[in-house]
Design a binder for this molecule. Structure first.
Ligand code: CUA
Length: 224
């Protein structure tokens, strides 16, 4: 989870989030290079005295400074498309979790198992344990096995919500009347926190998501 003064992305807990961070760093590096170059050129313009009375057109330089940025943009567009299609790939999921957004809590259904469904509410600040995280902990956590492909089905019962876990690189809108699908693979155990990220009403800030990533046998023990 995010802690004090953490301005960067959270540590990844899934291969897809790792790729997203790589892409972020790659795009940022290109952005910094462009900003520095353009900033330097603009700054230097203030101090030059060169004047060319006969300058009307320069076909060559126009060609260069049109095509060069287009090529640079390709270096962002192609990795971006690769990532887009990787995120969409569903690879034989071993567990499916259905999460339904309500005003203002999430409810979950483990469709592979009989009668496993529960609501998950935020723990109010005055009921928080000493080791709890304010505005982030819930009364019933989602337990999911690590090192397994997990499919998430997201929908909503009233207004649009969004099921978002930064450490896993997951962000799916829950829309009434629609069923959205995504997947992830958790490569380490731990607690992964998320929040609703679609402005869904007065208590939008108070419907967090907590995933407990555990070894497979612990998950089987929990589910039975
Ligand atoms: Cu649900 Cu914002």
């Amino acid at each position: 989870m995010s802690t004090w003064a953490n301005l960067c992305l959270q540590d990844s807990a899934s291969p897809l989030m790792e790729q997203l961070i790589f892409f972020h760093d790659h795009a940022l590096l290109i952005l910094v290079m462009i900003t520095v170059l353009v900033g330097y050129l603009m700054f230097m313009l203030f101090f030059n005295n060169y004047i060319n009375r006969f300058l009307l057109h320069g076909q060559l330089i126009e060609m260069i400074w049109t095509i060069l940025p287009a090529i640079i943009l390709l270096f962002i567009a192609l990795p971006s498309l690769r990532l887009l299609y990787l995120l969409d790939e569903i690879n034989e999921p071993s567990v499916t979790l259905k999460s339904i957004g309500h005003q203002w809590y999430w409810s979950y259904e483990y469709s592979d198992f009989n009668d496993v469904e529960f609501d998950s509410y935020m723990v109010p600040t005055n009921e928080l344990e000493n080791d709890g995280f304010r505005l982030l902990d819930v009364d019933n956590r989602i337990v999911l096995p690590m090192n397994s492909q997990i499919r998430i089905l997201v929908t909503a019962a009233d207004v649009i919500h969004s099921w978002t876990i930064p450490a896993l690189g997951v962000k799916v809108d829950g829309t009434p009347g629609r069923l959205n699908q995504t997947n992830f693979f958790m490569n380490r155990p731990g607690l992964f926190y998320g929040q609703c990220s679609e402005i869904c009403g007065a208590n939008h800030s108070f419907m967090p998501i907590v995933i407990e990533s555990v070894p497979v046998n612990n998950f089987i023990k929990w589910i039975s």
